[in-house]
Each structure stands twice: as C-alpha cells, then as structure tokens.
Design a protein around this ligand. Structure first.
Ligand code: SAM
Length: 195
C-alpha cells in the first residue's frame, strides 16, 4: 500500500501544493525563511532543500512551537542550518539581512496548540511586504491561507487584497483553490518576483 509521507502526498491540499512549489524553487546553498514555524514541518522541508551549505530563518511567537521545530530539526540532523527566532514575522527585516530565495507563511493557529493565538492581518501584511523586499529576483513567497477559523476569513481577504495590487510586470501573483472542497478549505497564494 502507498505510504503518504511528505515526499509523496501529491497535491492533497494547500500545504502539499506549497511544498511542491518550494521543491521547484529551492536549491542547495539557498537562503529561505519560514515565517510561521508551528510544529516545524515547513521548516524541515526548507532545511532539507537548502542543504548543509544553505541557511533557513524560522519565526514563531510561541515558545512551544520553536521547541517542537527545534526537536524536529535535530532529529533530522539539520538543526545547525536553521536560526530559530522567537519574534513575530513582522520583525523579519530586523533579523534577516540577506536576500532569500523563498519565504513560506502557513497562517492560522498552531495545530494541537492554543487556537486563540492566530496570525492576524496587520502583522501578516507587514511581514509579507518585508518578505518581498528580501526576495531575490526569481524567488517566491508561498502563503497557505486558512479562511475557516474565526478571524481567518478577514485575514484571507486582507492577503488577497494585498496580493492583487502588484503590477504583473513586477510580480506574478497566483491563487490556487480546490474547486472540489468547501469554500472554507485552506488555499495557496504564491508570489514570484520577476527576474
Ligand atoms: C498554522 S501554524 C504553522 C504550521 C507550521 N508551518 C508547521 O509546519 O507545522 C501557524 C503558526 O503561526 C504562529 N504565529 C502567529 N502569529 C505569528 C507572528 N506574528 N509571527 C510568527 N509566527 C506567528 C503561531 O504561533 C503558529 O505556530
């Protein structure tokens, strides 16, 4: 029977699609940011893709999330290439001062954690602006959006409005939804900075 691990979940949902894009863009030696570490699944993917010569910065405001992420990275033997930062991603530019090839946001609340602690549009939009500034030409920002929880729809609308205002000569902004799932299902925004 097929075992559905992170390597072969196909396109089963927005996180899988985000990972598909990240795999296309990131190469060994690249720099990347996980703006919402949570339980560290995305951070681990980034660390694997950039390899031992690359670097990843990971942000979360919850100490439990950083502990879980650090443990996941250590178990995989790649803790040394990731700088974990206990600060909001709206302070991205304070901590990352070199160009990066990819930034991933996985919005909403920490699975298994406090559902009251959610990403919120004012800080999310500040962080997204900073992410675009840091991005190398040809790089991407991937944003997994969750409209289903309280506050989620408002944040989703804010992120879509933010993405829609960029000139297509400068950024390609894509929105991918699953037509055969509920309207509240998670979906993906991908922004590519034109080379
Ligand atoms: C959906 S979870 C992320 C899932 C994670 N990427 C994974 O692979 O498990 C969202 C995370 O965003 C974090 N968060 C909320 N506001 C934040 C902020 N301003 N800056 C950074 N992280 C934030 C939450 O603490 C939570 O852990």
């Amino acid at each position: 029977m097929q075992k559905w691990n992170d390597e072969n979940i196909g396109l089963r949902g927005a996180v899988a699609l985000a990972h598909f894009f990240l795999r296309q863009y990131l190469r060994p030696g690249d720099r990347a940011v996980d703006a919402t570490c949570g339980n560290g699944h995305d951070t681990l993917l980034l660390a694997g893709l950039v390899g031992p010569t690359g670097k990843v910065w990971g942000f979360d405001i919850q100490p439990d999330a950083l502990v879980a992420t650090g443990a996941r990275l250590a178990e995989a033997g790649c803790r040394g290439r990731v700088e974990l930062i206990g600060a909001g991603h709206e302070r991205l530019a304070d901590y990352v001062q070199e160009p990066v090839r990819a930034v991933v946001f996985n919005l909403g609340y920490l699975p298994g954690g406090d559902k009251v602690v959610i990403t919120r549009s004012p800080s999310t939009l500040i962080a997204l602006d900073q992410a675009l500034q840091l991005l190398t030409p040809g790089g991407i920002v991937a944003v997994v959006i969750y409209p289903g929880h309280p506050g989620g729809a408002e944040e989703a609308a804010a992120v879509e409005g933010w993405g829609a205002r960029f000139a297509p000569e400068n950024y390609s902004v894509w929105c991918s939804r699953q037509l055969n799932r509920a309207a509240t299902a998670p979906y993906l925004l991908v922004i590519e900075k034109m080379a």
